[in-house]
Design a protein around this ligand. Structure first.
Ligand SMILES: CC(C)(COP(=O)(O)OP(=O)(O)OC[C@H]1O[C@@H](n2cnc3c(N)ncnc32)[C@H](O)[C@@H]1OP(=O)(O)O)[C@@H](O)C(=O)NCCC(=O)NCCS
Length: 236
């Protein structure tokens, strides 16, 4: 049975100035973040994840102070209600004042990523991509900028689902995107990590200049937007 994955996207303009929606533990973490960009990204990621989890679990957002998004030792986000693990798995990405949180069932690793579509420096694909990915980037009907950023984003999503991030050699994961999009603009990709025999089912979508990818260890239905994602940046 394919799993259900939901997502919520937010932008900096939706983020309140006050911190009264953070738990005491989260306020302590925030106090230790010195760099303004990191503080802003971290707050936006927490805001998006907490809004998404409250919607997913049909809880009022006023309960968000009892919800804590903690970084595990490997950096992956984990959610707790009053110190009890939430019954879900989640992933967070932030980029250029936008953020994305994907949520799925507990026990099924997922990863999500947002990537601004822009030209990459020469030699990028040769340095970071497997041969078949470089060929896709050169020949894809999507054009090189979309294709390169799509492959990169899908790799990051798979690396997050593996809880490794860029500790992994990016060439150790091979992404194979499909280019036929559905009515809502989603298309599939497959991510393979031969060292762990990991095969990931993914979805990708272009929106407002970003490529958005979501990877799941188990086959997944097309990602479902949670209500209240705002008019922009992501269309439902
Ligand atoms: C995961 C990683 C690739 C994401 O980097 P990015 O593309 O710049 O940032 P994104 O906004 O898309 O994602 C950041 C989020 O990924 C999540 N994340 C971080 N490490 C993760 C891991 N090991 N597994 C899964 N998710 C992870 C976090 O939720 C983080 O946001 P937060 O710190 O505000 O909670 C990168 O942080 C990484 O490789 N981390 C692990 C290894 C590491 O720390 N290396 C040092 C730098 S090489």
């Amino acid at each position: 049975m394919p799993v259900r994955i939901v997502f919520l996207a937010q932008s900096m303009t939706e983020l309140p100035a006050a911190d009264d929606w953070l738990s005491e533990g989260e306020k302590a973490i925030l106090a230790g973040l010195r760099f303004p960009k990191r503080r802003a990204d971290w707050r936006l990621g927490r805001w998006t994840a907490k809004r998404a989890i409250c919607r997913y679990e049909a809880k009022d957002f006023s309960s968000s102070r009892s919800l804590e998004i903690r970084a595990a030792a490997d950096g992956a986000p984990e959610a707790f209600w009053n110190n009890t693990p939430a019954d879900l798995s989640l992933s967070i990405s932030h980029s250029r004042g936008r953020s994305l949180c994907a949520i799925g069932p507990r026990g099924n690793p997922i990863g999500c990523d947002l990537e601004w579509i822009e030209p990459r420096e020469g030699g990028f694909a040769e340095a970071y991509f497997a041969d078949e990915e470089s060929r896709f980037a050169e020949q894809s009907p999507l054009g090189p900028d979309v294709a390169v950023n799509l492959i990169w984003s899908a790799k990051e999503s798979v690396m997050k689902a593996l809880r490794q991030g860029l500790r992994l050699d990016t060439r150790s994961i091979v992404i194979a995107p499909e280019t036929q999009v559905d009515a809502l603009g989603w298309a599939r990709f497959r991510g393979i990590h031969p060292e762990s025999s990991g095969v990931f089912a993914g979805w990708w979508r272009i929106d407002c200049g970003f490529v958005c990818t979501i990877a799941s260890r188990r086959p997944a239905l097309v990602p479902e937007p949670l209500p209240g994602g705002g008019v922009l940046p992501f269309l439902p």
